[in-house]
Design a protein around this ligand. Sequence first.
Ligand SMILES: Nc1ncnc2c1ncn2[C@@H]1O[C@H](COP(=O)(O)OP(=O)(O)OP(=O)(O)O)[C@@H](O)[C@H]1O
Length: 255
Amino acid sequence: MNDSILTLTGLTRDFGAFRAVDGVSLFIRRGSITGLIGPNGAGKTTLFNMVAGTLKPTSGTVALDGKDVTGRSAEALFRMGLARTFQIPRPFKRMSVIDNLLLAPPAQIGESVPGALFRRGRVAEQERALREKAQEILEFVTLDHLAEHPAGKISGGQMKLLELGRALMGDPTVILLDEPAAGVNPTLTAILIDRIEELNRRGMTFVIIEHDMDFVMRHCDPVIALAEGKVLFEGTAEEARVNPELLDAYLGAPA
Ligand SMILES: Nc1ncnc2c1ncn2[C@@H]1O[C@H](COP(=O)(O)OP(=O)(O)OP(=O)(O)O)[C@@H](O)[C@H]1O
């Protein structure tokens, strides 16, 4: 389907005898901010991990922009324009904020030995360009004043902005965000949302796992709900809010 940037077909993941994700088939609409909700343990993060290449599916397929990318590594997918952030950010804590961004892009010219020997000029030029790009991204995510700070010393909310910045280094067409607003103060959440919406206006697609229904109601359309590894619901946030099956799933979920 042409307006589907991500197409999941029968995506399934077992952990031993336990089926965490069970035959999920979905279209993610190009240009959308899609919300992925569901009670604890529903399989949301496992689904993200399979789509973003950190976990291999037991069965089923993932297509990115019509191309089958099932089982590709996270790095390969990053290069193809699919980036993700983690529920708990994982920066290199002793490195500066800007160096964390500079680590993000894959395969620079200088990495192979002949490349380094014969193309030193180009490498320097490329490094300059990357640094400039990282600087621009830091300005965009409002962290430019912290560029030289150790990444381990910035706040939790700033780390979420840094994660978004790292994702942007890959010029993604799709970004998967795992609970971007969790534990982030309202000021930084507002900045994060503003940046997400600006990127979305420029055409970037987002899939966002979020427990905060207020966030989902305001910013996500459509909303997809998982429960016990299966798609339980697809519709608008308002429809999700009043859906009795979904309410049951939340009430029946482990705390
Ligand atoms: N590596 C693993 N080994 C075994 N079981 C796992 C593993 N990863 C996840 N699970 C199980 O799979 C189920 C789905 O977990 P997952 O983290 O995907 O849920 P979730 O919807 O993201 O939950 P939450 O909202 O709490 O983050 C859970 O029961 C979890 O315990």
